[in-house]
Design a protein around this ligand. Structure first.
Ligand code: FES
Ligand SMILES: [Fe+2]
Length: 461
C-alpha cells in the first residue's frame, strides 16, 4: 500500500489511481475503527427522532455503539453504549432492528442493575460500600462522546480532541445553509445490510458519470454530464453542460430543464421520471404538479430559463398555499450548491429547495465485503404535517427502492466482486467528473495513513 505520498487538491484534475485495499482488505477494515471512525464527525440520526426529554436512539459503527439522548429540552448528550461496571452493552439493539430507540427516564444495565440518569451519571450501584469508596463519579459515569447538530442531523465524534462540528463541515455547511435542511423532516427511510464495502456503496452516489451506463432510461429526458469539485474533506458534483447554449445558473441543480425541443414538456417529463423512478424523492409532488401545468400556462417557444423561472414561482405559490414556506436561495447560492454533496466520510446529500435525498453507508462489523446501507428522503412539510416514519428494512429490489436505486444496487455488488479480481489493474477515475471520489480517497488516506491516490504515469504504462 502507498503509505506516504498523497496528491494535492490541484492534482485531482490529473489522471489518478488509488488502490483497492480500502475496499477488500480485512486488515484495512479492522484499522478503520482506530484511525477513521473514532476520529471523524459522523451523522448518527436526525434531531426529529428525539423531540422529547428522555428520547434516545443508538448509533453503531463497526464495534462501537453510541447512545444519544435528549437529556433536557435543549440538550442532546451522547455516550458510549457500555456499562461502566463490567462492560455490558447498556442499551440492547433488538435483533433485526436498525437501532434501539424509545423514551426512558434513565438507563438500567441488564447485568447487575447499575443505573444511570440521562446525564450519564451513575445513580445506583448495588452494594457500593463493597468498593470501599473507589467508585468515584469519574469511574462510574457513562463515557461521554462529543455531539452536535447541523442541518437537522445529530453528529457524534468519539475523539475528545476533535475540531468543532462546524469547522469540520466547512465550507459545505455554509454553502448548504441556505437550504435550511434542518426544517425538513423524514419522508421515508430504508436500510439494508448489503454485500459491498461501505465505500463501494457510498461511491455509487458520488458521481453522475454512471448515469449514461447504468440508468440508461434517464438519458431520454436529461443529460448527465457533470463536474465535481473538492471542498476540503468534502466534495460536490453538479450538472455541467457540454452545450454552452444550455448553460444557466439552474443547470447545475436537480431543478433544471429537461432535454428536448420544448422545455415546457421536457421539464415535466424529467421531473415526473425522477419522481416515479427515484422512490418519490429528489423532487416533490408540488414540483411535479407545477411542471405538468407548464404546457397550459406558457406559450410554445418560451425559452428554457423562462420556463424554469415560471415553474419555480408557481410551485413556490402552490407550496405557500398549503403552508410550506420556501427558503430564500439566490441563483448564485443554488448554482454553487450544485447537485450532490459528499460529507466525509460516509454521507451523501442530494439537496433541492424543499427536499433532499440522502445516503449513508457504514461498516458491518469488520467485514470488508458488507455494509449497512441507508437511504432516506427528507422534505419540507406544513408545520406538524410530516408523516410518521420508521426505519424499514428493505431488500435491494426495484419494488422496494424504485428502478434507479435498484440499478445502483446491482453495480455496488458487482463492483465489490470485480475489485477482488486478480485481473483488475487498478482504478482509473474520471479526472473531471469523479473528482469527489479521488478527493474522498485523498482524505481517507490521511486518516488511514495508507491508500493515497497517485498521479498515473503518462504514456502507455
Ligand atoms: S455490567 Fe452493567 S451492572 Fe454489571
Ligand atoms: Fe445511480
Amino acid at each position: 500500500m502507498d503509505t506516504l505520498a498523497n496528491v494535492s487538491v490541484d492534482e485531482l484534475a490529473e489522471p489518478l489511481t488509488y488502490p483497492v485495499e480500502a475496499f477488500v482488505s480485512k486488515e484495512y477494515a479492522q484499522a478503520e475503527g482506530d484511525r477513521l471512525w473514532s476520529k471523524v464527525w459522523q451523522h448518527a440520526g436526525r434531531v426529529e427522532e428525539i423531540p422529547k426529554v428522555g428520547d434516545f436512539l443508538t448509533y453503531d459503527v463497526g464495534a462501537d455503539s453510541i447512545v444519544i439522548v435528549r437529556s433536557a429540552p435543549d440538550t442532546i448528550k451522547a455516550f458510549h453504549n457500555v456499562c461502566s461496571h463490567r462492560g455490558r452493552r447498556l442499551v440492547d439493539i433488538p435483533a433485526g432492528a436498525q437501532c434501539a430507540h424509545g423514551n426512558k427516564t434513565g438507563f438500567v444495565c441488564g447485568f447487575h442493575a447499575w443505573r444511570y440518569n440521562l446525564d450519564g451519571k451513575c445513580t445506583f450501584k448495588l452494594d457500593e460500600s463493597d468498593w470501599k469508596g473507589a467508585l468515584t463519579e469519574q469511574r462510574t459515569s457513562l463515557n461521554e462522546v462529543k455531539v452536535d447538530t447541523w442541518g437537522g442531523w445529530i453528529f457524534i465524534n468519539m475523539d475528545p480532541n476533535c475540531v468543532s462540528l462546524r469547522e469540520y463541515l466547512e465550507p459545505a455547511a455554509s454553502i448548504l445553509d441556505p437550504f435550511e435542511l434542518g426544517r425538513m423532516r423524514y419522508k421515508w427511510r430504508q436500510w439494508v445490510i448489503f454485500d459491498a464495502n461501505w465505500k463501494t456503496a457510498i461511491e455509487a452516489f458520488m458521481e453522475p458519470y454512471h448515469v449514461a451506463g447504468t440508468h440508461t432510461q434517464m438519458l431520454e429526458h436529461g443529460q448527465y454530464y457533470a463536474y465535481s469539485a473538492a471542498y476540503g474533506l468534502h466534495g460536490v458534483s453538479g450538472f455541467d453542460e457540454r452545450d454552452p447554449t444550455m448553460k444557466m445558473k439552474q443547470s447545475t441543480t436537480v431543478t433544471r430543464a429537461g432535454k428536448g425541443k420544448d422545455p415546457r414538456a421536457s421539464t415535466y417529463a424529467l421531473q415526473n421520471e425522477i419522481y416515479t423512478t427515484v422512490n418519490k424523492a429528489s423532487t416533490t409532488e408540488t414540483l411535479v404538479n407545477a411542471a405538468k401545468r407548464l404546457v397550459d400556462e406558457l406559450p410554445e417557444g418560451t425559452p428554457a430559463d423562462q420556463v424554469i423561472k415560471h415553474w419555480l414561482e408557481r410551485a413556490k405559490a402552490d407550496d405557500a398555499a398549503r403552508g410550506v414556506t420556501w427558503p430564500t436561495i439566490t441563483p448564485d447560492q443554488m448554482s454553487k450548491a450544485g447537485l450532490a454533496w459528499s460529507i466525509f466520510p460516509n454521507m451523501a446529500i442530494l439537496q433541492g429547495i424543499t427536499f433532499a435525498l440522502c445516503y449513508r453507508a457504514r461498516p458491518y462489523g469488520d467485514d470488508p465485503h458488507k455494509c449497512v446501507f441507508e437511504s432516506y428522503a427528507i422534505e419540507r412539510y406544513p408545520e406538524g404535517g410530516e408523516p410518521k416514519t420508521e426505519w424499514v428494512y428493505a431488500d435491494p429490489t426495484e419494488a422496494n427502492w424504485g428502478l434507479v436505486l435498484s440499478q445502483d444496487f446491482s453495480n455496488m455488488a458487482a463492483v465489490q466482486k470485480g475489485m477482488r479480481s486478480r485481473g483488475f489493474r487498478g482504478t482509473l477515475p474520471n479526472p473531471h467528473q469523479e473528482r469527489k471520489i479521488t478527493n474522498f480517497h485523498r482524505n481517507l488516506a490521511r486518516y488511514m495513513r495508507a491508500g493515497a491516490p497517485s498521479v498515473l504515469p503518462s504514456g502507455s504504462k
